[in-house]
Design a protein around this ligand. Structure first.
Ligand SMILES: NC(=O)NCCC[C@H](N)C(=O)O
Length: 258
């Protein structure tokens, strides 16, 4: 049976010091962030996902954005090497967590850098964003790790947002969605649907027609509902102030066979 496990990592006390690159810094309410994180993880569980908490990394302000630390393809966990120095130590606990789950573990090595947020999988196509956090060596290492397993790696320029998945994600049928002003090259995707709000570009596939998305994109949610999908919304406002989105707060492990 394919698994339905999701790695998550609770926000630490230094969350407010998290990095901001493309947005103005705003004040973070750490208690509210924790409440939002609890509600996010509860929503995953309510939709059949077993959440597995990675050990906290309280010295790392951005550790809650666990997606950036590892990329899963089949049962292989490729441990990232974050593009921002301040995030490098976040991978330690993640390495242990995936090894404990029985994943085969591989690593991005220096001089490669890669943030998991730059990797979008659509079936066996793996889009890798080449932008502020992921360099050419990192991209090449993703090819070396996953192409022998049957993946096709497609490089995508990213200049307008932090990560590839800040610009685009995909619907259950593989259609890539994005808010045009934030997408460098929509023509790289075989099927592309534009959405009316930036936060509407970010969906986590919960299974079947259900899409987890931010409450700040009501018009995009309406568009998805009109297409027969079922948006499930969460408030992640405190994380959005740090350029986080619904995708970056978890890593779903869908292809582990227990
Ligand atoms: N995958 C993601 O979208 N991650 C968000 C990371 C936000 C964090 N403040 C950072 O700049 O690294």
């Amino acid at each position: 049976m394919p698994s339905r496990k999701a790695l998550v990592r609770r926000p630490g006390p230094r969350l407010a010091e998290g990095l901001v690159t493309h947005v103005e810094r705003e004040k973070i309410d750490v208690d509210l962030a924790l409440e939002q994180w609890e509600a996010y993880t509860e929503t995953l569980r309510a939709h059949g996902w077993e959440t597995i908490e990675v050990d906290p990394a309280d010295d790392c302000p951005d550790a809650v954005f666990v997606e950036d630390t590892v990329v899963m393809y089949r049962n292989v966990a490729l441990i990232a090497r974050p593009g921002a120095e301040s995030r490098r130590e976040e991978t330690d606990g993640v390495e242990e967590a995936v090894a404990r789950l029985g994943c085969s573990v591989n690593w991005i090595w220096e001089p490669g850098t890669l943030d998991g947020g730059d990797v979008l999988k659509v079936g066996d196509t793996i889009y890798v964003g080449r932008g502020g956090r992921t360099n050419a060596a990192g991209l090449q290492q993703v090819r070396a790790a996953f192409e022998p397993l049957g993946a096709r790696v497609v490089a995508v320029p990213v200049s307008k947002v932090l990560h590839l998945k800040s610009a685009v994600t995909a619907l259950p049928d593989g259609t890539v969605i994005g808010h045009i002003p934030k997408v460098d090259r929509p023509s790289l995707f075989p099927r592309f649907l534009s959405v009316p709000e930036e936060a509407g570009s970010h969906v986590v596939l919960l299974g079947g027609p259900k899409l987890l998305m931010s409450a700040t994109a009501p018009r995009s949610a309406e568009l998805f509902a009109d297409l027969g999908l079922e948006p499930v919304t969460v408030d992640i406002g405190e994380f959005e102030k740090l350029e986080g989105c619904v995708t970056c707060l978890s890593v779903r492990l869908r292809e582990l066979y227990a």
